[in-house]
Design a binder for this molecule. Structure first.
Ligand code: PFF
Length: 446
């Protein structure tokens, strides 16, 4: 067996895992999903799902990963040999590839905006940001070029292994992102549309809670927490024995949720101030934010700093998606990390080309009203991730050896055991049933 890496410190663990969780999901996807699904009611369900289902499923993945010390698929083979459970891990690896296929494109957009900002093209007076976004994304070559740049950067970091590349990058940049976002949110709260925007985000209109909104909020919660596809299995397989799984799970969920809410506080006041539709979809953040920067002192500095940090947050998440597949390929076929990573770059680039063209050349190639990009996003976030989360909960609560579960969760006696029965109850009954019911009702309602 090949030598496997480890995260070198407890802080590194939190930061790398939070680096995976915090990304475009919080800052790009959360606002547009909330915007399309009624704001406050979406937020309420999202918070409920993060707490009730997200935290327990994070713990379930942690247990599988750390106790097996294997990649997402091999973990199940070690814990339940000669059973079909490894297919759950394999589905996760496939999901990782598919998410990668559109995530790299959106990360490419942030790189492009960073470049535009640094070269002065973004903050020129008189730019219409809605048109700018549509023009940029509908172009054939430039977004594909940026996507390829992104993949090469991710590859370079991945090749360096776990603690050298992934951990070091997260350590410095995550806290900085939070600071810049806080400044932006204060600024947004002073815009003319702030009362309306904040009301939209925080006031839950109960009549807007439908099975479809619940379905989307569940998908968003899983997507944002990097849950349901073995990403956290893979990362926790690098955790040392002294990492407190319960505390780490809570910290990551809280931080991730906080960033999403701050993103909402930045975006929605601006949405109502600058007359952008909250339902604008994947372009929302890109169309709204430059208006906010333009109103601030030193717009060039703010926009460049923001897109730099967003690019990095996106990269740390992209790397985690990449790592799931790389670890699987390298450990399954006994090839070096380098070659495993190259093969991921190859497959993802092909998917990325089609995703990118979904905004231009292939815009009208749709199946049931969805482009290739939309399908990748929908099928992964709304179907595969919750399904994966449901199966992982079932595995951990029903199949895994109980003493192994207790030992991992309670840190071999070092940490509180009090919540264990509650947690196991959620994983056994609540999580699988809730996810199943949300699936079925939304399919019936659709
Ligand atoms: N959680 C990441 C985000 O919010 O941007 C996206 C993601 C990363 C999803 C890793 C799934 C995953 F395994």
């Amino acid at each position: 067996m090949q030598q496997r890496g480890n995260f070198s410190s407890k802080l590194g663990v939190i930061l790398a895992t939070a680096g995976s969780a915090v990304g475009l999901g919080n800052i790009w996807r959360f606002p547009y999903e909330a915007g399309s699904s009624g704001g406050g009611s979406f937020l309420l369900l999202y918070l409920l799902f993060v707490l009730l289902l997200g935290v327990p499923v994070i713990l379930a993945e942690f247990v599988v990963g750390r106790s097996s010390q294997r990649n997402a698929s091999a973990a199940f083979q070690v814990l339940a040999p000669n059973t079909p459970w490894h297919w759950v891990g394999k589905m996760g690896v496939l999901t990782g590839l598919l998410i990668n296929g559109f995530y790299a494109v959106v990360t490419g957009w942030t790189f492009a905006y960073l470049f535009k900002s640094l070269t002065g093209g973004l903050m020129e007076s008189g730019v219409d940001y809605q048109t700018l976004f549509d023009k940029m994304t509908s172009d054939t070559w430039a977004p594909i070029g940026w996507m390829l740049v992104v993949m090469l950067v991710a590859h370079t970091i991945i090749r360096k292994g776990v603690s050298g590349g992934i951990e070091r990058a997260s350590k410095i940049l995550m806290p900085l992102l939070l600071v810049v976002m806080l400044v932006l949110s204060v600024h947004s709260c002073m815009l003319a549309g702030a009362p309306e925007g904040l009301k939209f985000l925080f006031y839950p209109d109960f009549s807007k809670i439908t099975p479809t909104v619940a379905f989307r909020a569940l998908g968003q919660a899983f997507f944002s927490l990097s849950l349901g596809m073995g990403c956290l299995i893979t990362y926790s397989s690098y955790f040392k024995q002294d990492v407190d799984l319960q505390r780490s799970a809570l910290q990551i969920a809280l931080l991730d949720t906080l960033v999403a809410i701050i993103a909402g506080i930045i975006i929605f006041p601006a949405v109502f101030t600058f007359g952008v539709e909250p339902e604008a979809g994947p372009g929302l953040v890109f169309k709204v934010l430059p208006n906010v920067f333009a109103q601030m002192g030193y717009p060039f500095v703010w926009s460049s700093l923001f897109y730099l940090l967003l690019s990095i947050a996106a990269l740390t998440s992209l790397i985690s998606l990449h790592e799931v597949v790389t670890a699987y390929v390298s450990e399954t076929w006994h090839v070096s990390r380098r070659w495993a990573s190259w093969s991921v770059v190859g497959v993802v680039s092909v998917l990325g080309v089609f995703s990118s063209l979904s905004f231009g050349l292939l815009k009208d190639v749709q199946l049931f009203g969805r482009t290739f990009f939309d399908w990748l996003d929908f099928i992964t976030s709304s179907v595969f991730l919750p399904l994966g989360g449901m199966l992982i909960s079932i595995f951990v609560a029903w199949k895994l050896d109980r003493s192994r579960l207790e030992n991992e969760l309670a840190g071999k006696g070092r940490y509180a055991k009090a919540v264990l029965p509650f947690l196991i109850f959620i994983l056994r009954y609540i999580a699988p049933v809730a996810i199943f019911v949300i699936f079925i009702t939304s399919i019936i309602g659709a």
